[in-house]
Design a protein around this ligand. Sequence first.
Ligand code: TYM
Length: 324
Amino acid sequence: MAKVFSGIQPTGIIHIGNYLGAIKNWVELQEEHDCLFSIVDLHSLTVPYDPKGLGDRIKDALATNIAAGLDPEKATIFVQSMVPEHTELTWLLTTITPVGNLERMTQYKEKSEKQGLLSGLLCYPILMAADILLYKADLVPVGEDQIQHLELTRVIARKFNSTFGEYFPEPQPKLSKATRVMALNDPTSKMSKSIPGSYIALTDDPEEIRTKVKRAVTASDVEGEVSPGVANLFTLLEAFAPKDVYNKFAKDLEDGNLKFSELKPALAEAIVEELTPIREKRQELLAKPKFLEEVVAAGADRARREAKQHMQEIKELMGLNLTF
Ligand code: TYM
């Protein structure tokens, strides 16, 4: 049984990119593996944020993920800051992580251009490596945008193992079929919570979903080629629609008969059908804060037991055994 770790930031918006790139995979993996899933609140502090709303955003991320199928009986679900070993291991790993590797991270370059050079943003991938390595995870189900961070996690694991003794496995990514869902309003960029108009949120109601799909950009620069926007709609159709519906439109595309006036409503209805029960379940869960509190308390408890044990072993390997 593989050990699986993954996380999601409590940003207030969980979109179908997160769902198809990560969460759906988590729901499958929890059936067969030892899984830990974390609401990574500490990562979310690296961009400007409103501290007053953070508690609600954490609660919301939790309710949405459970509504989408995460099961506290099958997986360990917890909030990152409730397990202080994550920050403790981060410090230890900073001491073996070259600054040059951090400066090369694409997300760091993009975000630091917008908001300045803060060390939290630079060290963000070390906190992510600590999340994964703390549990000695083998598999990390993420979307494509996290692959570079995961490569760095393996670099850090190798450096630790060669310096202090073989300890960490080298975690591998587990990608879904829709590993990079593109923005609906600009299909050359990734769907992202920070680009309004780019995403369909798991909380969008049927009318919002229909309007967003209707507006999705499909224009092509090159005559006769499948445009990035159309390719993205087919990625979504494959993920959400029944196989025969997907096959019909794939054939229409091949035969040059594709009609957006048919494709877009069919796609919108398939998305509505999958998201409606999630939206309703999320509402139910948000009305049960006691239940959500119990889930994370139990999850953090379980995670912490393992984290403590591993931290003790890691500290011993690093010479921090403190017995005189
Ligand atoms: P976050 O919160 O930005 O996104 C959560 C997950 O959603 C995936 N994702 C996408 N997949 C496909 N298409 C898209 N357009 C799309 N947008 C987002 C992300 O790849 C991610 O898997 N750094 C991470 C959180 C994290 C983490 C970890 C993940 C912290 N520690 C340890 C794995 C292991 C992040 O910001 O994800």
